[in-house]
Ligand binder design. Sequence first.
Ligand code: 13P
Length: 251
Amino acid sequence: MRQKIVAGNWKMNKNFSEAEELLDAIAERLEQYKGDVQLIVCPPSVYLELASDYGEEYPLFVGAQNVSQFVKGAYTGEISAAMLTSMGVTHCIVGHSERRKYFGETDAMIAEKIKSLLSFELTPIYCCGETLEERNQNRHREVVAGQLSEALFHLTEEEMGEVIIAYEPVWAIGTGVNATPQQAQEMHDFIRRFILDKFGNEVANNLSILYGGSCNAQNAKELFSMPDVDGGLIGGASLTVEEFLAIRDSF
Ligand code: 13P
């Protein structure tokens, strides 16, 4: 069964007490929630332990924003998949365009990170998406196909069954210009077919494909009404409880 998911990528925002305040507010409102949308928060790594305390009490999943491609050892500043699992983290964003752009992450590194996450039973949320220039050159399908094959095609069918994909066109991230529901549907359909060709019907049908990029409480309903949009990976709009939960309630 394909899961509906709304995940909040807090990026590098909030101090400790602000993080606690937001988690408190989300948890309080989860008490009455009867719906079927899975909610995930991805705070900065220093707040993962705090967030996973909430995850133990409430139906709230906790994701990291990054993981090391190495298993353990002398890698100053890095956090391993084993460490994340041991703190109650269940998901991890990988391949975000900000990490590709500012931290030089390549598809090869991302492929290793995904392997590492899966070997510790963490669910990767794999981000892909084209730049504005690539879209203007009508290369968006080709670019996303390349990102998918390089980062995911080394997986087995069973492993791919554990992955969530987020389509995040770079031109829509933090710009206030979201992909139209039609543009999102076209790319999500493309992604699902591409995964189907490699991994088969069952994996493709069960795959949750999230949309990310200026998704907010105003546009989520239309985006989520598209048949291949299974939810959202939300940046700015995940930083306030009202907006984040209004997006969840847009299904
Ligand atoms: P915004 O929602 O702020 O555009 O960010 C999207 C994103 O990058 C989520 O990972």
